[in-house]
Design a protein around this ligand. Structure first.
Ligand SMILES: Cc1cc2nc3c(=O)[nH]c(=O)nc-3n(C[C@H](O)[C@H](O)[C@H](O)COP(=O)(O)OP(=O)(O)OC[C@H]3O[C@@H](n4cnc5c(N)ncnc54)[C@H](O)[C@@H]3O)c2cc1C
Length: 331
């Protein structure tokens, strides 16, 4: 176990906000995690992965806890499927690379999404027509109220669009220690999203799909190693059919996608149409290849990012009457 005091969070958030935390701790086992929770019972706590979906709005006056448990193992196998339990601190993309090498289908469309396995379940990460929930079988956690390990079934997790029980009813209650995924030995491919299919050979392997996804993502999204960001800043709004009809009568070119719960409108289109593409606040700006992403062009402060986000929300609301909800979590 490693505990540090008054540390810079610059290396621990992909937005590259230069703020500090009172304490930072790495735990390598559930017992160490339990010890930390008991020892620091009276101060605020944040469980963190790679900090790729967060905006630190100020210094953190509490303890930030990070899992260094990063192994994966097969826990069950049937004729058609393999169940892999991956520990929360394992980088999701490393796990996906290993699964693709094993020729297992299920997570390849989520290649190159930053972050760790624990957070992938919290966020129900999604890309190219699939979401983590499609492959998650169950989640193992430590219940902070009882300090006992527990298992949440897929149904217990209440997965939704970039959403799960871990962000609402049970926010702060469970620390995810591992996630069990159900992977297919047979080719079960999801290639109908965007231009994925045309980038692939017939009968693609998981690695073919992974490589194509990575190439497409690299052409559209900033690389965390080069540019500070937290990916999509806003969620794509889902509106009622009547709202969509009214908007379409005014903006016939508006793209939209029918969902079971309403009509999804790409937030990137709304942001671009509202004239936000060139908006800046200090060193915070809108990414030129994808207006849904706010980037740190050097020394952006939390205030710069929050101000820019607010300007975008106000302009979209004014022009379309739609209130954009943040995907990025403010801490
Ligand atoms: C360039 C870029 C591209 C991106 N593209 C996508 C994309 O295509 N699709 C997508 O869905 N997301 C995308 N994201 C967002 C981000 O990668 C995901 O949300 C990812 O799951 C965050 O992982 P993390 O480990 O960095 O989590 P963090 O940002 O550290 O944490 C996210 C949340 O999970 C909680 N948490 C973390 N670990 C645990 C744990 N062990 N137990 C309990 N709670 C925990 C945190 O408290 C926080 O609430 C992108 C981000 C960037 C920077």
């Amino acid at each position: 176990m490693q505990i540090q005091e008054n540390i810079s969070l610059l290396p621990h958030n992909t937005f590259r906000m230069d703020v500090r935390a009172r304490y930072w701790a790495e735990y390598g086992s559930t017992d160490e995690l339990r010890d930390l929770l008991q020892r620091f019972a009276d101060i605020p706590k944040l469980f963190i992965g790679q900090g790729s979906n967060l905006l630190f709005t100020k210094d953190y006056d509490g303890i930030i806890l990070h899992s260094s448990m990063a192994r994966a193992r097969a826990v069950n196998e049937t004729r058609d499927e393999v169940y892999i339990e991956a520990q929360s601190g394992l980088v999701l993309d490393q796990l996906i690379e290993q699964l693709c090498d094993m020729n297992l289908y299920g997570l390849e469309n989520l290649s190159h999404i930053p972050g760790e396995t624990g957070a992938a379940a919290v966020q129900n990460v999604g890309a190219y027509g699939t979401e983590a929930k499609d492959a998650i079988s169950e989640v193992q956690a430590l219940d902070t109220t009882t300090l006992q390990p527990c298992t949440l079934t897929h149904a217990d997790c209440h997965f939704g669009y970039r959403d799960s029980v871990f962000k609402h009813e049970a926010a702060g209650r469970y620390v995810i220690t591992s996630v069990t995924f159900r992977l297919s030995k047979q080719a079960v491919c999801h290639l109908d999203y965007g231009n994925l299919r045309e980038a692939l050979p017939a009968n693609p392997t998981p690695t073919d799909i992974r490589n194509a996804v990575i190439r497409i993502r690299q052409s559209k999204l900033p690389e965390v190693s080069q540019t500070g960001s937290a990916g999509s800043f806003f969620k794509n709004p889902v509106v009622a059919q009547e709202t969509a009809d009214t908007l379409l009568s005014k903006h016939p070119a508006m793209p939209y996608y029918k969902q079971t719960d309403g009509i999804k409108i790409p937030a990137a289109w709304l942001i671009e149409q509202a004239g936000c593409k060139r908006l800046t606040a200090g060193d915070a700006g809108v990414y030129e290849h994808q207006p849904l992403v706010i980037v740190n062009r050097g020394n952006a402060t939390p205030d710069n990012v929050m101000r820019l986000a607010q300007m975008i929300q106000e302009r979209v609301e004014e022009q379309f009457g739609i209130s954009l909800q943040r995907e990025v979590i403010y801490i």
